[in-house]
Design a protein around this ligand. Structure first.
Ligand SMILES: [Zn+2]
Length: 356
């Protein structure tokens, strides 16, 4: 169960290639018609026709994606629900893109001072949202509190060991979608969400290891740190982009400043923030390995990668230059071997070798 055979790895790679092609096509359909409509000068109130057409095509593609998922991953979800949810996740862009464009036009009809004020008001509102408990409350509606007494007891021990205080533990009903995932939500009040598919397929010890990993995120305030860094970067670059400069007096500066703001924003979200997140992942893995048997975590990660049809050498975000599961497992095993105090018995791999 732990290590995928070469054939299984090949099947996963083919599946990923197919799904990423479908997702790319869906993104293009969600964005391109709007750009085309703007370019050809379609009147704004006709945009709903464009959006309706986009939604129809997206629904068709979603059904095709459902078929791929059903045949490969054997998902058992109702096709209607799958198509609806998948279409919505792309259609939200088709709908909000013209709306954003309209706001953008409105924004540039303001005076430069009003623009600075408007954008900073938006930043203050987004900070309130980040610090609020809204994302967790939304997720809680589609989840139920964890009821497994063994896991609850272990979680209490973990929160005591790590000093996190009491955390909410919730189970998300995604079994029919066959998604094995867990995550910590909340910047001030912490909740941990685990999918039922993950709970059912991992051993009790592996589930405890996953919970320890999520608790480590809470202890280190990783969600708050990431959100604050992303927010600060957006505030700085946003202000650089709208900073009022007299173009007549400083023509070069009027070009460089917004350009620098834009480049800073792009680089941050493509390079800096993912790098920080990878660091946080490793940190959470090692903290978890210090309070549970690291081998359980290593085994859990490999199982999760198989359950989700993600080859061990490919990142969850499909950036092929980064080998997360394999790399994470390697780090956890070497940490566990170094800190093996004798009361923790390494169960895998028996040879002590890092799996290839
Ligand atoms: Zn994590």
């Amino acid at each position: 169960m732990l290590k995928a055979t070469p054939e299984a790895e090949q099947k996963m790679r083919d599946y990923l290639r197919q799904i990423s092609a479908i997702n790319t096509l869906s993104s293009l359909i969600a964005f391109l018609p709007t750009i085309f409509a703007i370019y050809t000068g379609v009147p704004f109130h006709y945009f709903f026709v464009v959006v309706a057409a986009q939604i129809l095509v997206l629904a068709g593609i979603s059904y095709y994606k459902y078929e791929v998922e059903r045949k490969t991953r054997k998902i058992e979800v109702n096709p209607g629900r799958y198509v609806l949810e998948n279409t919505m996740s792309y259609a939200i862009f088709s709908v909000s893109f013209p709306l954003l464009l309209y706001l953008f036009i409105l924004f540039y009809s303001l005076s430069s001072l009003q623009r600075v004020l408007a954008i900073n008001l938006l930043f203050v509102l987004s900070l309130i949202f980040i610090l609020s408990n809204l994302p967790a409350s939304r997720l809680k509606r589609s989840s139920k509190p964890l009821e497994d007494n063994y896991l609850i007891g272990k979680a209490d021990e973990l929160s005591e060991k790590l000093g996190t205080g009491k955390l909410g533990l919730f189970v998300m009903n995604l079994g029919r979608f066959k998604i094995a995932n867990a995550g910590q939500v909340g910047t001030r009040k912490y909740s941990v969400f685990i999918t039922d598919y993950l709970l059912e397929n991992l051993s009790p010890e592996e589930n405890v290891a996953v919970i320890a990993h999520e608790f480590a995120h809470a202890k280190q305030k990783h969600v708050l740190k990431t959100a604050t860094i992303a927010w600060a970067i957006t505030v700085i670059s946003g202000n650089l982009m709208v900073y009022p400069i007299d173009v007549g007096t400083y023509p070069l500066l009027a070009l460089i400043l917004p350009g620098a703001g834009f480049i800073f924003l792009m680089l941050s979200f493509i390079l800096i923030i993912p790098a920080i997140q990878r660091r946080f992942e490793s940190q959470a893995d090692l903290i978890a390995s210090s309070v549970v048997n690291g081998m359980d975590l290593a085994n859990a990660l490999q199982k999760i990668s198989r359950l989700n049809f993600t080859p061990a050498e490919i990142s969850r975000h499909w950036s092929l230059d980064h080998p997360p599961t394999r790399e994470r497992v390697k780090k956890i095993i070497s940490y566990t071997h170094k800190h093996d105090s004798g009361n923790q018995k390494a169960t895998y791999p028996a040879s002590g070798k890092v799996p290839k």
